[in-house]
Design a protein around this ligand. Structure first.
Ligand code: G3H
Length: 542
């Protein structure tokens, strides 16, 4: 049975770190990207500390500083905002007026540069948030695929708009146009991928950006700053560092941010949106909290349900917004389910992110193991038990997954989004109990249902699709493939993300219209023939 002493031994000594995964030294980022310039930073800085610890011969653990980043304040945020506003120039800037083909070319240049920095970014990603090396590589590659798919989707979108439409005596041409200045903030669990899932479509649609990196996973953007600088016109993308609670309210309060895109908490999003002085002018594209449930019916294939629920609950230590955060299992099979679940859980490898096949790694958020412990203790005090041997053992940033049963209303774990390696399980007899859990939740992202009975599944799917935005049948919840819509109801999301949806989310349709007269036809024809407008054109991007 794993205990805290064993967890301690899993932290490496300096010599234990494989040479291929060592960092060449601390990375002290001393530049910001503002108005097309990598400006030297002489102000305050903030240390970046890894979730991994170094163990010495006596068994003492010391934090590992990975480097430091600029810690800006209002003045720097103001400068970045001014650059983004100037680059947009009320829609007259070089970027928002550029042809789609030209914007695509800039994005292709950026992608090439980004791919060239893959090794550095992946390594930093692993060290900054403790994501396994294999998953860090996957995150990078998925992001590059996403950028390429976005480029293809925009090409199609634009080609489909490269024609005139005639209706009721009116000639029209309709294209998607940018919204203005976008403030983009991503999450720490997918610092590269989910940040870019909003940043890239926002950029390519012609918006100008203020980019505030996530609270963990910041240094990994350092190798990409030069690529951003050289691939895009001045001021199109500007970095903002510093205390979120200070700089972000300032930016929104300025009234100059047109779109807020945030993958984070609904509480923060709620607060921020209210700060904009003209509420109707602010568009928000948000990926927020979730407490996705798995409903395992009496006739479910237990082996399949166990495999998917384990993946769903504990991939990247449960730190996914799509993670299964409550397992609702029919009481007739719950004991068998728990027995198999804990057996399989025991096979998960706990260790350092560079180890092959590792599943459970250190957690980046300070205080997270204490919060996990508090959730478990609260449930124990109210009659639940830890089902798996060693569950809840912890040491510094390591927390060994705890399966907690039976969880019931009133416990923290019943409603709070644990976002970590604790698996609450509750039994049900009547399916209404399971449905009621989903209906009364503040969240509405996804659900998983496990059954082999078509009638049962059909009956459940119909009410559930009106409660959440994706019902997964006999599989865990997840975002991908990235061409599928990713969104949620209630406090889980605003707007929709996917390769094609994001292009729409970060743009608005504008059109030109003229009466269907000979004079108009002649005029429009001449504009097209002589390439007088970038908007009015019938060109095809190959
Ligand atoms: O953290 C939330 C992510 O959107 C989850 O994405 O389902 O691809 O792991 P994923």
């Amino acid at each position: 049975m794993i205990d805290s002493r064993q967890l301690l031994q899993l932290f490496p000594t300096e010599a234990d770190i494989p040479p291929a995964h060592r960092l060449s030294g601390p990375l002290h980022q001393r530049v910001t990207l503002v108005d097309g310039e990598l400006k030297d930073w002489t102000g305050g800085t903030q240390q970046v500390v890894s979730p991994m610890r170094l163990r010495d011969a006596s068994g003492a653990l010391t934090p590992l500083t990975l480097g430091s980043i600029p810690h800006g304040g209002i003045a720097e945020a103001e400068e970045a905002l001014a650059a983004a506003v100037a680059a947009y120039d009320n829609g007259r800037g070089a970027w928002p007026t550029m042809t789609v083909a030209e914007r695509i070319a800039c994005m292709q240049t950026f992608t090439k540069e980004m791919v060239a920095r893959r090794a550095e970014v992946v390594k930093l990603l692993m060290w900054e948030i403790g994501k396994s090396f294999a998953d860090s590589e996957k995150e990078f590659d998925r992001t590059v695929d996403y950028i390429r798919a976005t480029i293809d989707a925009l090409r199609d979108l634009d080609n489909n708009s490269s024609r005139f439409v005639i209706a009721e005596g009116t000639i029209g041409q309709i294209r998607r146009t940018p919204l203005g200045v976008v403030l983009c903030m991503g999450p720490y669990n997918y610092p590269l991928n989910e940040t870019f899932a909003t940043l890239i479509p926002a950029l390519i649609m012609g918006n100008t950006l203020l980019f505030k990196p996530p609270k963990f996973g910041v240094l990994l953007f350092a190798p990409l700053l030069e690529a951003f600088r050289s691939a895009f016109p001045n001021g199109v993308i500007n970095t903002v560092y510093g205390q979120g609670a200070e700089v972000v309210p300032y930016l929104l309060g300025s009234g100059k941010v047109n779109t807020l895109t945030l993958i984070g908490s609904s509480k923060v999003a709620d607060h921020l949106k209210k700060l904009h002085p003209k509420a109707n002018r602010l568009r928000a594209i948000l990926g927020l909290d979730a407490k996705n449930a798995a409903i395992v019916l009496a006739d479910a294939d237990i082996e399949l349900a166990v495999k998917e629920c384990l993946l769903g609950a504990l991939s990247f230590n449960g730190q996914r917004c799509t993670a299964l955060k409550m397992l609702i299992v029919h009481s007739s099979i719950v004991e068998r389910f728990l027995a198999r679940f804990t057996e399989e859980l025991a096979k998960l490898k706990v260790g350092m992110p560079w180890e092959a096949g590792v599943n459970i790694t250190p957690l980046p958020e300070p205080g997270k193991t204490a919060y996990m412990t508090a959730c478990v203790e609260d449930a124990l005090a109210q009659g639940a038990r830890i089902v798996n041997p060693g569950g809840g053992a912890h040491c510094e940033t390591f927390f060994y997954p705890a399966v907690v049963y039976p969880v019931k209303e009133g416990m923290k774990l019943y409603r709070e989004e644990q976002f970590g390696p604790v698996v609450p399980v509750m039994p049900f007899d009547d399916i209404e109990t399971a449905l009621d859990y989903v209906i009364t939740s503040e969240h509405g992202q996804q659900v998983s249902i496990f059954s082999s009975d078509p009638t049962e599944i059909g009956t459940l799917v119909d009410p559930l699709v009106n409660q959440v935005c994706r019902v997964n049948i006999n599989c865990q919840c997840q975002r991908g493939p990235d061409i599928f819509p990713f969104t949620g109801r209630k406090d889980s999301a605003e707007g929709t993300l996917s390769v094609t949806d994001a292009l729409r989310s970060f743009s608005i349709r504008s059109m030109v219209a003229a009466k269907q007269t000979d004079a108009s036809k002649k005029l429009l024809d001449e504009i097209v023939q002589k390439h007088e407008s970038k908007f009015i054109n019938t060109g095809f991007i190959f």
